[in-house]
Design a protein. Sequence first.
Length: 329
Amino acid sequence: MPIDPRDPTAVSALADSYRQLRAEVGRVVIGQEDAVEGLVVALLARGHALLVGVPGLAKTLLIRTLADALELSFRRIQFTPDLMPSDITGTEVVEEDPATGRRAFRFVQGPVFANVVLADEINRTPPKTQAALLEAMQEGHVTAAGETVELPKPFFVLATQNPIEQEGTYPLPEAQLDRFMLNLWLDYPPFADEVAIVKSTTSGGAQAISPVLSAEDLAAFQALVRNAPVADHVVEHAVRLAARTRPGREGAPDFVTQYLSYGAGPRASQYLVLGAKALALLDGRVTPLAEDVDRMAVAVLRHRIVTNFNAEAEGVSGVDIIGRLVGMD
């Protein structure tokens, strides 16, 4: 459907669809509102998201439910130490024509060929296999046996990671972390939410999810986000925020040079602006404010900055540093 980013009707349609989506997901996943918002922001910005949390916080259920509510094809890949790249992208097989006896190679698509790909416990597989997702995440296609095969659109990688069990895991390379637009942390639910979770999961049957948006609707809303106007001072605010994370560079405060080894690159500035635009539209506003950039700061920057020994020794986390940077303006 044609969408004019300055048309108030289109903006209100996105806001209304988001409310319906939240309600539909809430029938299955109780709480975790911030994570739901973050996932929708990533989808609208054509980005990928990494969900980090201890087991049992409904990370996998949340992603599957969101895919169902968006009427998108969904595949889950359980990452294990023995997983091979071809188990993700696909492989060539030899087929014989029974009529002629002639043999030929045929490419069999792997589970990466879906709209929403859940990379479950992505840090449990070696870097060689992790890297199989890099081309797909960045370029939207897969190269196999010398041929380039396009992935379905829209295409999102939503990965999960367990932060407490590090035995037998392989930390994601910085280059791959940078491909994830957002790093979303899921915390333990409040008491009232946990009571509701226990009640809903220990009685009755599973809730059926009704699709709220089609792939075509989502593509139209993605175009709306991309074309939404943004003021120069908001873009400059995002660029300054990302630049201040770079130790030893002009404009970086002393505590950044003291506590960080590396800062965020230009992709962080891009995602700060795209995330701010998506937040504004979800809220029914045509253009974002600097406050929207600040709201995106932790999720965009957390996995793009590297703390050093000084920070570890003094108990200073990356989130602490981001909070101080946001409070500077």
